[in-house]
Design a protein around this ligand. Structure first.
Ligand code: 5GP
Ligand code: ZN
Length: 112
């Protein structure tokens, strides 16, 4: 998708702070972090959200990246929250599937 911001990040067109990358996925720091740790994980190929028809293998790989990111960011032991906003009611803003990995502090009612 030529006008998709996360496609541009994933293909290197827009510079970002990369946390983890392989052939299929990229993890990078959220531009507006809601917690001390706020990393996004995306498939490099464009899928709009969880409803999109993604191969099981890629979906598995994408979600397996969560624990790698948690290790890299140092929150595997302390704990973290995983959020995937999907569609309008969830207020998904960027229409390229992404996993939020949030942590680094105790969460409360006001946490994302
Ligand atoms: P959503 O509400 O779609 O799940 O969340 C989109 C997330 O992407 C937000 O947390 C927002 O801060 C982040 N974001 C939006 N644009 C950019 C960008 O250009 N670069 C980065 N690194 N994060 C972005
Ligand atoms: Zn995209």
């Amino acid at each position: 998708m030529s006008d998709c911001i996360f496609c541009k990040i994933a293909n290197g067109e827009i510079p970002t702070t990369v946390v983890y990358e392989d052939d299929l996925v990229m993890a990078f720091e959220d531009a507006n972090p809601q917690m001390p740790v706020h990393t996004l994980i995306v498939p490099k190929a464009h899928y709009a959200n969880m409803n999109d028809d993604m191969p099981d293998e890629l979906m598995g790989h994408l979600f397996n990246t969560v624990k790698k990111v948690a290790e890299i960011k140092g929150v595997a032991e302390s704990g973290y929250r995983v959020i995937v906003n999907t569609g309008e009611d969830a207020q998904q803003v960027v229409k390229h599937l992404h996993i939020h990995v949030l942590g680094g502090a105790k969460m409360n009612e006001g946490s994302p």
